[in-house]
Design a binder for this molecule. Sequence first.
Ligand SMILES: [Fe+2]
Ligand SMILES: [Fe+2]
Length: 338
Amino acid sequence: MRSSRVEDGRAARARALDAVIDALERNAEKTLEAQKQLELDEKRIKVFATSDLHTDMPKNMQVMEEYVERETAARRARSETNEASVIVVAGDVGTNLECVELTLRLLSKAHDMVCYLPAGNHELWCATTERWCRDNGREYPCDSIGKMLRLIDLCTDIGVCCSPLSVAGVRIVPIYGWYDDLFAPRGEIPAKYSDLERRFDCACSWPSFINPPSEARNSHSPAIGAFMRAVNDRVLDRFQDAALDQNSPIKHVITYSHFIPRSELYRGTYDLVHVMGSCRIDADAKKWKSTVHVFGHSHLNVDRCVDGVRYIQCALGYPHERWFGVNHPKLVFDASLE
Ligand SMILES: [Fe+2]
Ligand SMILES: [Fe+2]
């Protein structure tokens, strides 16, 4: 009986993984069409980075609307000088699907391409009142992995990239991931989590191949990160040789994750250290030989080189965190300066 349950769990995990990879394949095909239509490979690319837009909050949506209005004018000016722009959004756009869609559509007015990690922790919260289980005639499991799948399909429907993109000699790659206990300094395993950590992301709901149903809302399970790493492994196998156009060889690689890839990049409170990041994200990014890595989550900005990689967080964050004003998306690559 127990072994058949284990078998069922393995089969369900394999199906979920296949569904995510199929969805990313569709996303990559649609992105390539858009890239060709916009003739992006013929242009000088600028890449901007942001994260944690949290546009479920009206003040943040207002900041985004104002930014997009200004940046849309800048995009027009760029197009006159054969420049194009890509914005990398490293997760936590929001929880509400309508808000996420509206934000991504807004950003698509201001930039030629939007690259988005559709698996920040806030994206994967599952309010039971949300009607995301059936959408556009497709059915999705009502759990956090089902919501990630729904978000990937939403991106494909509205022309947002969440798969590896190679454009004008620049490769931009999402690294999926989740936090783990080993992220703490010296990799110490907590005897018990702080009160904040224990409740962290209890709004997620994990399928039974990750947690038993009684533990569905436990976001500390190592099986979450293991599933995300399996996504990364399959994406690497499928995409690392794709689009290696000899006319436009890859000169720069930018990776992006939601969670923090190295513990020395976290400068926040120790009470949250076990829900901040995973060094395995850095290991997965390095398989792509990235020289720039964009991330989010802590809302504490970083721009620092470690071992030859430039790590950047430029989060909008919550309204009460803007002590020094608004962090607008940061320019992290500019082909005009090459
Ligand atoms: Fe956030
Ligand atoms: Fe986050």
